[in-house]
Design a protein around this ligand. Structure first.
Ligand code: ADP
Ligand code: MG
Length: 261
């Protein structure tokens, strides 16, 4: 008889007691969250509850005041020595950041670069990939998001939905361990939301580890392994979609869902 395997693997994302203030305003009031490799966590919550700040803390766009964030066992922005934490240098932070893809609400493509150059810029400049390899990868990624025919277009020549699909392909070009999405469909006309969610669903089915902030409840129900509800800088409840969306335990979750559903 074989011995059962004990999976002691650490979560891909481990957030512990994270606090963050902007001046007198405490925005994250002690957040703990685990996301396992291959899982999709969908974060819901009212505007101002700290969702973007939490995502940005995972990708070095904000520095937390206390607590720790680690991705794949590596402390984000810090090196531990005994009990002390030392901040990493900018160069090391840039290197860490290439492990984490970030997709913004407003796409944030480089406006002066073609679609293809948007996809090859970071692999060539940050990862020192040969241009030829970066181009071959970019072409494959554009096919994957259904935009092979737009390689030579500029962002302004594309619809919002197409721009966001390019932004997703650009994030994938760095072969990240983790993808973060901050309201990826909030800036889109309603008829363009579906094409972007379809790309994200595909990634989910292929086992990409993702944290997605969104108000798209149908998407959360279909794709999330875990739904996280935030309010006032805290995680109020989390669990499988069937629990949090269909049978929420907290009044604040119920009240929020009644407004967005
Ligand atoms: P959410 O994404 O859930 O809407 P955010 O994380 O963007 O919430 O913001 C949480 C709170 O922090 C809000 O009150 C917001 O105004 C404030 N905030 C966010 N970023 C900054 C900043 N750079 N400086 C000051 N206040 C900020
Ligand atoms: Mg936000």
């Amino acid at each position: 008889m074989s011995t059962p395997t004990v999976t002691a693997a650490r979560p891909m994302v481990e957030i512990r007691s994270v606090h963050k203030s902007f001046g007198p305003l405490e925005v994250l009031k002690g957040v703990d969250l685990d996301v396992r490799a291959g899982e999709v966590a969908v974060v819901l919550g009212p505007s101002g509850s700290g969702k973007s700040t939490l995502l940005r803390s995972i990708n070095h766009l904000e520095k937390v005041d206390s607590g720790t964030v680690s991705v794949d066992g590596t402390l984000v922005g810090y090196r531990r020595s005994g009990d002390k934490l030392y901040e990493l240098r900018e160069r090391e932070i840039l290197r860490q950041r290439t492990d984490i893809g970030f997709v913004f609400q407003n796409f944030n493509l480089f406006p002066h670069l073609t679609v293809l150059d948007n996809l090859t810029e970071a692999p060539v400049s940050a990862l020192r990939r040969p241009k030829k390899d970066a181009l071959a990868t970019a072409v494959k990624l554009l096919e994957r998001v259904g935009l092979a025919d737009k390689a030579d277009a500029y962002p302004r020549q594309l619809s919002g939905g197409q721009q966001q699909r390019v932004a997703i392909a650009r994030a994938l070009a760095l072969e990240p361990k983790l993808l973060l999405f901050d309201e990826p469909t909030s800036a889109l006309d309603p008829e363009l939301v579906g094409e972007v969610l379809d790309v994200i669903k595909d990634l989910a089915h292929q086992g990409t580890t993702m944290i997605v902030v969104t108000h798209e409840i149908g998407f959360a129900r279909e794709v999330a392994d875990t739904v996280v509800f935030m309010d006032g800088g805290r995680i109020i409840e989390q669990g499988p979609p069937g629990e949090v969306l269909d049978n929420p335990r907290h009044e604040r979750t119920k009240s929020f869902l009644s407004k967005v559903l």
